[in-house]
Design a protein around this ligand. Sequence first.
Ligand code: ADP
Ligand code: MG
Length: 467
Amino acid sequence: MENIDINRTWDDVLLLLKDEIPEPTYSLWVCPLVPNGFSSNEFSVLTSQNLSIPIINKHHDSIVKALSQTLGQEVAFRIIFSEELNKKLQKQAKKTKDEDFIKNLENRLVPSKYDGLKQMQSSSNLNLKYKFENFVVGQTNNFAYHAALAVAQKPGAKYNPLFIYGGSGLGKTHLLQAIGHEVIFNTKLKVKYIKTEEFINDFLDSLAKGGGGKKSDSNAKMAKFRDKYRNVDVLLIDDIQLIEGKKGTQEEIFNTFDVLHNAGKQIVITSDRPPESFSDTPDRLKSRFAWGLITDVQVPDIETRMAILIKMSNDANIPVPRDVIEFLAQVYSKNIRELEGAFNTVCAYSEINNIPITLENTKKIINYSENSKMITLTDILEKVCKYYRISKDELLSTSRSSNLVKARQVIVYFAKEMTQDSLNTIGDFLKRKHSTIIHSLEEIKKDMQLNPSLVKEIADIAKIIKD
Ligand code: ADP
Ligand code: MG
C-alpha cells in the first residue's frame, strides 16, 4: 500500500475536501499544499507558509476522513513546513497576495455614475478608480480640485492649460483622470489621457522608419501618431517633467500644444515640479505651460489622510476601526500612494488569514515596531539616491544607464525587505511596470549571490536607511 501515486491520491482528496472546507480557506490554504509522501500509514504534505499549519490543522479531521476514504484504510495526516518550497513558491504566493487580493479590493468600490461609460473610458485610456467622487478634498488640494472641476465642466473655456504639480503620490494623476471621466460623462467630447513616457515611446517609434525602410512608411506612421494626439478635444498629459532634455519630444509637444490650443481644445498637464524648474527645456515651451492656471497639490494634513482612509474603507465595504485609521494616517504621512498601499495590505492580509483588523494586528502586518523607526518607500528612495549620489529625478527617469538601473534594483530590494508594500505599490512609486519590479528583484538577488562586495554594499546602505 506504500506504493501509491501520491499526486493522484491528493487530487482525489482535494475533490472531496472542496465540499468540506469553506472558501476561501480551501483555495487559499488547501490548494497550495504539495503532497510529500506516504509511509508508515502517514500521508504528509508540504506547505510553503508556516502560517498555514494551524489553519490546516483546524480541518485535520476532514482531511484524515478524505484521505482514508480515498485510500480505503485508516490514514494519519501530517503537514510539514518546507523552507525550500517556501523559497520556490514565494514569488507565486506573493503574486497571489499582492495582485489578486488587492485587485479584488479595488473591484469592490461602489458603483459609480460613470460605470455605464466604460467603453469610452477605456478608449480614452482612463482608469475608473480615479474619479472626482472618490477624491477627498482637504486644505492642501482644495484649489487644485476646484480648478480641475472647473476645467472638467467647461473644457477649453477657462484655464488652458491647467498645470498641476506636486510630489509623488499626492493625487495628480487622480485629478487628471477625474477630469477625463467627468468630461466623458457630460459631453460627447473626445478625451485622451497619456503618460508622457508613452508619448515619448510612441513618438520615437513613429520616427523609426517602417518595415521596408521607406520614407513614405515613416511619414504615414508620423501622420498617424499626430492624428492620435491632435484629433482630440481634451488632452490629459501626465508627468510632463519626463520631457526634460528630450529635444525631439519637446518639439512635438510644443507643436501638439499649439494645434490644440489654437483650436480651443483643453490641455491639462501634471508634473512633479513647476514649469520654471524644468531644466533643459526651451523657454517657449515652459512659458506655454504657464499660459493658463498653475496649481499645486501638497502633502495632506492628518485629517485629510484620515478622511482618505475612511473613504477607502467605506468604498471597499471593509470596516476599519478608528484607532487603526489614525495610526496608519500618522505613520504614512508623506505620500497617499503609500498610505493606500498600507491600507490595502492590512485589509488583504486580514482577509487572507481571517484575522480581525485591530491596531495590534495592523502593527504586525506592516512590521511596525515602537522602538525602531518605521521605514517607508520615500525613506528608501531618499537614502539610496544619496548613497549613489544621484538625484531623485534621474532615478525616476526613463534613462537606463547602468548606475541608475542598479540603484533602482537596490531600492526594489529594500522595498521588499523593509516594507510591506506590494509589488504594484512599489512599481507605482518608482513609475515602473510590475514586471520590471519582479525582474529587478530577481537580478539583484542573483548579483548578490555572485558578488560579495555587493552584499557588503547592501549591508552598508541598510544601516544608513535604518539610522
Ligand atoms: P501622483 O500622480 O500625484 O503621483 P496619484 O494620483 O497616482 O498620485 O495618487 C496616488 C494614490 O493616492 C492613488 O491611488 C489615488 O487614488 C490616491 N489619492 C491621492 N490623493 C487622493 C485624495 N485626495 N483622495 C483620495 N485618494 C487619493
Ligand atoms: Mg501620477
